[in-house]
Design a protein around this ligand. Structure first.
Ligand code: ADP
Ligand code: MG
Length: 463
């Protein structure tokens, strides 16, 4: 069913009215009106900046869940203040919460929010501190290295390169280094930039003829934190610019911390000279936390946020949410929202009900998707025998489906390259990188090929 922004918001308000205390509802949501719906958000106008803050703070989670209920999928809500002399610009975005794909907690303040400057600490999320980071087997080395670097920036490991899957704490640790240094010396100039933003700023600087200013801004920092450098793959001009920034800072003994979803060598389309520089200091990985660490994280979150979760509930969540720390956090938020919406005490049955959708969809995708299944579906699509893909034969009709199968296994299952190589007759990891890169390049150049791969992927994901 298609909704207009107005209808959609009215429906959400109806549901919210049943659940929220009447005076609060009237005061804070009475004057709200949705003005637009786009692919990435529902824009809702409220009369004052106070409304923006209050609604975000008190009703953000509930409204978001209700919108998801009405729409059948999560969609961020952008609150806009229309009253008084206030600017008619998006003020704050209610993120779908940490469990959802599009935003991390604190992301409204991170990165993309403030264009232009590298003001000290302006981009740091103050909740991301060492105090709030739970150290376990999975992240010990990374945490210790960050602490060492925060104590003696530019001296020990430069650069410090952190890598690991989504939601495992890379950004948190990186900000913790910045927060620590800033707490000791507020005059330090700290730059935090997701590498995508670095690229966007560079493009703007080139267009407006201000590359000199761009360079100066980055080269004058005492600590540069560059998040998600895997994004630089294939972006040659940005890599080149970054290479020079890196050298200038490194020569000046300024600390650099980088994060990525994989080690430097495995970032396809990253220049050799950058790979080698990224490996100069220390490369440390973050793995999935084990059960004990997951419980410790839940205990800490509950304590820090003043929530009471008994041991059984924590055990239930820790046993079921295994894919990342972000998933753990998302589970707690969902559970809290559920309990307040339904006026029920937090318990294991409630946790089961709250997490039902999340867990089921994951189980379905993980039980049915295996490297073997992916190979079979790809083989069928390209009309070759599945076993032939794992053989050493180098005939041309096998090359393309083999590359595609490698690519999809990396994309959908995230297996390490070495393991993928093993699945295909013991090919080494550089062959796997080459294959994956080839698929990505061809997808960029040939829409027909890209569609074909997207169709196969959708088929696999829908299993
Ligand atoms: P990444 O950058 O690796 O995708 P983030 O740093 O954004 O992950 O972490 C996701 C969420 O999980 C954040 O809210 C972060 O505070 C939290 N988190 C991750 N690891 C830990 C940890 N060891 N202890 C406490 N919180 C953590
Ligand atoms: Mg991150």
């Amino acid at each position: 069913m298609e909704y207009t922004a107005h209808d959609l918001w009215q429906r959400v308000l109806e549901l919210a009215r049943e659940r929220l205390p009447e005076p609060g509802f009237r005061t804070w949501l009475g004057g709200s009106e949705a003005s637009a719906i786009t692919a990435d958000s529902l824009v809702v106008d409220v009369p004052s900046p106070f409304h923006v803050e209050w609604v975000e703070d008190k009703y953000g989670t509930v409204l978001h869940l209700l919108l998801e209920e009405v729409l059948g999928r999560p969609l961020p809500i952008t609150l806009r203040c229309t009253g008084g002399d206030g600017p008619r610009v998006p003020v704050v975005e209610l993120s779908p919460g940490p469990g959802a794909p599009s935003a991390a907690p604190g992301s409204a303040r991170e990165g993309g929010g403030v264009p232009g400057g590298l003001r000290s600490g302006a981009f740091l999320n103050e909740r991301y501190t060492f105090d709030r980071f739970v150290v376990g087997n999975s992240n010990q080395l990374a945490a210790a290295a960050c602490q060492a670097v925060a104590e003696q920036p530019g001296r020990l490991y430069n650069p410090l390169f952190l890598y690991g899957g989504v939601g495992l704490g890379k950004t948190h640790l990186m900000h913790a280094v910045g927060n620590h240094i800033l707490a000791k010396d507020p005059t330090k100039r700290i730059g935090y930039v997701p590498s995508e933003q670095f690229m966007n700023e560079l493009v703007n600087a080139i267009q407006s003829g201000t590359t000199g200013e761009f360079r100066r801004r980055y080269r004058e920092t005492d600590l540069l934190l560059v998040d998600d450098v895997h994004f630089l793959e294939g972006k040659e001009r940005t890599q080149e610019e970054f290479f020079h920034t890196f050298n200038a800072l490194h020569d000046g003994r300024k600390q650099i911390v980088l994060t990525s979803d994989r080690p430097p060598k495995e970032i396809p389309g990253l220049e050799e000279r950058l790979i080698s520089r990224f490996e100069w200091g220390l490369v440390a990985d973050l793995k999935l936390p084990d059960y004990e660490t997951r419980v410790a994280i839940l205990r800490k979150k509950a304590h820090d946020d003043g929530i009471t979760l008994d041991d059984e509930v924590m055990d239930y969540i820790a046993r079921h949410c295994t894919s990342s720390v972000r998933e753990l956090e998302g589970a707690v938020i969902k559970l809290l929202a559920f309990s307040s919406l339904k006026h029920l005490e937090i318990s294991v049955p409630l946790a089961r009900a709250a997490l039902d959708g999340v867990l089921r969809s994951r189980e379905e995708s993980s039980t049915n998707l295996s490297p073997r299944a992916i190979r079979e579906v790809v083989a069928r699509e390209w009309e070759v025998r599945s076993e032939a893909l794992s053989s050493k034969r180098r005939t041309r009709d096998l090359a393309v489906p083999r590359q595609v199968a490698m690519y999809l296994i990396k994309e959908l299952l995230g297996l390490p390259l070495v393991e993928i190589g093993d699945l295909f007759g013991g090919r080494d990891h550089s062959t796997v990188i080459h294959s994956i890169r080839k698929v990505e390049e061809t997808m960029g150049a040939d829409p027909h090929y890209a569609n074909r791969i997207t169709a196969v992927r959708t088929r696999l994901e829908g299993r």
